[in-house]
Design a protein around this ligand. Structure first.
Ligand code: ASP
Ligand code: MG
Length: 422
């Protein structure tokens, strides 16, 4: 059994869905294929604005709601002009969405819960259309509600998986399934009490890994718009190198430093069962792509770059000129933890403590406000945090390109530096 995952960009138009279906068709085997699909295109971003309480004006809401409907109906009717059944299924989904939007409580305390109830419709719509389309091509496809497969706690917007319950649901599915394809939604799950939850933005990769782990799948393939795992985001680099093979631990490290190719939680469950993760391009599906698995080193050996823009560097010094000591650090980390701010890099010196964080203005201003009673706080904005694995001096010089380095840390394989954004 294999698991395929298709992200939003791979199903963002009727042509994209046709291409996706062709890929699926060319991989049908005697064993069932489990296909995990995200919301179409940028639908999740749109749905985030429809969560009750987010938009003040009804007019903008209606406009977005219409865009959502027109977009999905357009794709469905381009793929299946005569299929009234799929339009009826969409009617039911859209009516369900409208009912929720009209009845959910709008107070801030319910935001996370509301978010999951509303945003999950992106994946429900995409899979409803795609399942009917695959069946119309004669591919025996079972549309399956991921909320009956992936069981989580009630930590809305970041549901934590109940692995035993999920494994039991999947074992039952496996027993009864005889078709060619199980098609299900990425990103969504449910509590044991059947409240919809989500696994965090871009969580469909993680869904694929959860299913693969619980089913003991042979492999997972993520179909993307890049030819594989590249040594840098092509947004930043024109001459990227494809990493054909990568050890699991390397992929985990890269996700930790901020590489966005795969969702950070995806690799660990696959590593635990030794299931290889393939990254391939839906634009050139015959090409080989990359594989993350039980390898000792990356191949080819080349420096790997991760860029994080929009960073802010805070330098924190005690007002009473005492050294920055454990008691001070405890206060600082307590505040960071309370505000849910993640530290991307930190450095301690005799008189101050520096932290680099994503510049989320509302959170950072609250942090600075609270620190000010005990500390002097200075900050630099518009910075870039660059992480280079397998660095050498020549590549560091190339990246720095004459910019002043505000902070630098080097270990045997990893160089990190903070420079002004160009
Ligand atoms: N549709 C969700 C998102 O855009 C999940 C995913 O694409 O992986 O975040
Ligand atoms: Mg998406």
């Amino acid at each position: 059994m294999k698991v395929f995952k298709f992200g939003g960009a791979s199903v963002n138009s009727a042509d994209a869905v046709r291409n996706m279906a062709q890929i699926v068709q060319s991989h049908l085997e005697s064993e069932a294929l489990v296909v995990v699909v995200s919301a179409m295109g940028k639908t999740t971003n749109l749905l985030e604005k429809l969560v009750p309480g987010v938009l003040e004006t009804g007019e903008r809401r209606q406009e977005l709601r219409r865009t959502l409907e027109d977009y999905h109906r357009g794709i469905a009717s381009a793929l299946m002009p005569d299929n009234m059944d799929v339009q009826r299924k969409m009617n039911a989904l859209l009516a369900g969405l409208d009912h929720l939007c009209a009845t959910l409580p709008t107070d801030a305390g319910h935001y996370n819960y509301n978010y999951d109830q509303v945003v999950s419709f992106g994946e429900l719509l995409s899979t409803t259309i795609i399942a009917d389309y695959l069946n119309s091509l004669g591919i025996n496809t079972l549309w399956t509600d991921a909320r009956q497969l992936i069981i989580t706690d009630n930590h809305y917007r970041e549901g934590r998986v109940d692995w035993d319950a999920t494994a039991a649901r999947l074992a039952a599915l496996r027993q009864r399934f005889t078709g060619q394809i199980v098609l299900t939604q990425g990103f969504i799950g449910a509590t044991p009490e059947t409240s919809t939850t989500t696994l965090g933005r871009e969580g469909s990769d993680y869904s694929a890994a959860i299913l693969a782990y619980c089913l003991g799948a042979e492999s997972v393939t993520i179909w993307k718009d890049v030819p594989g795992f590249l040594n840098a985001d092509p947004k930043f680099f024109s001459d990227t190198v494809k990493i054909a093979q990568m050890p699991y631990n390397e992929a985990i490290e890269l996700a930790y430093y901020g590489a966005s190719v795969i969702h950070p939680k995806t690799v660990k469950p696959l590593q635990n069962k030794g299931i290889p993760l393939y990254i391939r391009s839906f634009l050139t599906p015959e090409a080989e792509g990359s594989v993350i698995g039980n390898h000792h080193t990356i191949s080819p050996e080349t420096p790997l770059y991760i860029f994080r823009d929009n960073q802010i560097l805070l330098s924190i010094a005690p007002r009473d000129y005492s050294f920055i000591a454990e008691d001070n650090l405890q206060v600082i980390f307590g505040l960071l933890n309370d505000l849910g701010i993640r530290v991307n890099m930190m450095q301690n010196s005799a008189l101050s403590f520096s932290i680099c964080v994503d510049n989320q203005p509302h959170l950072v201003s609250r942090l600075v406000e609270q620190l000010k009673s005990m500390f002097r706080v200075r900050y630099n904005e518009n910075l870039q945090l660059v992480t280079i694995r397998y660095y050498n001096q020549a590549v560091i010089d190339r990246i720095v390109a004459g910019r002043p380095i505000l902070l630098e840390q080097r270990s045997r394989v990893t160089e990190q530096l903070i420079v002004p954004t160009v």
